[in-house]
Design a protein around this ligand. Sequence first.
Ligand code: AMP
Length: 419
Amino acid sequence: MSAFSTSPGTRDILAPDAARWRLFQEVFADVVEQAGYGYMIPPMFEDLGVFLRLGEATDVVTKEMYDFEDKGGRRVALRPEQTASVCRAFVQHRPTTPWKVWYAGPNFRYEKPQQGRYRQFDQVGIEVLGVEDPHLDAEVIALASQFYTRLGLTNVQLSINSLGDAGDRQRFADVLRIYFESHIDRLSEESRITLTKNPLRVLDSKRREDQAVIADAPRIRDYLSAQAGEHFAAVLAALDAQNITYTIDDRLVRGLDYYRRTTFEFVSTALTAAHTAIGGGGRYDGLVEELGGPATAGIGFALGLDRTLLACDAENVFPAPASRVFAFVVDTTGGLEAAKVCHELRSVGIGVDRAFDGRSMKAQMKAADRSGAMVSIIIGTNELEAGQVLIRPMNSGEQYMVERAQLLTAIRQEVINFQ
Ligand code: AMP
């Protein structure tokens, strides 16, 4: 019988990388919680209907959803993203507005797995419900940008666009449809199909044969209502005021159907693979209503953790955190002394590991090296009888003997030396 391994598009995240994932979420929490966002944990699966509201021209919904019937006969789906769940939660719990939340965790999309694209992938994100103010759009974008800076990323570019209000979007979609239909023979097969569902999404095509037609397509900026135009101008002014650089990208429509007004995307120029988008978001003023709630403005973003870490690797920033094991106990007297030392040091918050199974001095020293510890604490029969221990800083090799009773004081001093 062959052994099992992970399903396509899923991975085990092992140490030390898993600690890096956790740190990623902690840094994100730090950035957004100091701006007043509260942590929320939506369920990993929901009634399929919640996600169907994301739009029928969205691949995420039509092709990539992990949906199934549960044992109670309910149609459910693993969440492909979390914005819809946040909006469903808003309708269900009716919190006071503005409702500012953040989340982190895995999403599931049945995509073709490759570098930077997985079937289970993680996102961190924020959503704000109940605020129309364009300054909020700029705040949301600024927080994403601050987070990238905290990670140490410098090769991140922001693209921004306005899709106008529902009416503008519809008028623009009609104009686009006529335009693309008049050039249908120059469009790819896939784009012809997309055109029948949502002409805006044709702008999103990355296929080479579509690019010439897309380049000459009408521009949304010429179809914005006065209010949507003013809103967009105010967002840009607020970004300028915070020294956030951006490029206006008329072609930015983004994957999900529910976006209105401001949409934005962050791209890592350090990534060379096909998937350079590391995060994005926008306004979705109609989504809460779609889910049966009152007309409520909404805006947010989701940043892809997996891909952002690839960008960190490419820029050589945000490494996995160092081992938390400061000391390693090498005990050749049977291991009881190691147990006492570990307990003593751990209970005052000093990280310490040890070897088991009565291994040889040499094997234990090797384990100490591998552990990432800064010092080893060596206890042999002579030391035990004399009531002493040997301390060996791993980097210098200048070992010294201390009284057993002075061990804690000596290790505390070593902690200070290594700071
Ligand atoms: P979206 O929810 O589609 O707006 O995506 C937001 C971000 O999530 C993207 O910019 C990617 O960084 C990330 N992302 C989306 N789909 C995947 C995937 N299948 N694998 C890895 N990252 C993804």
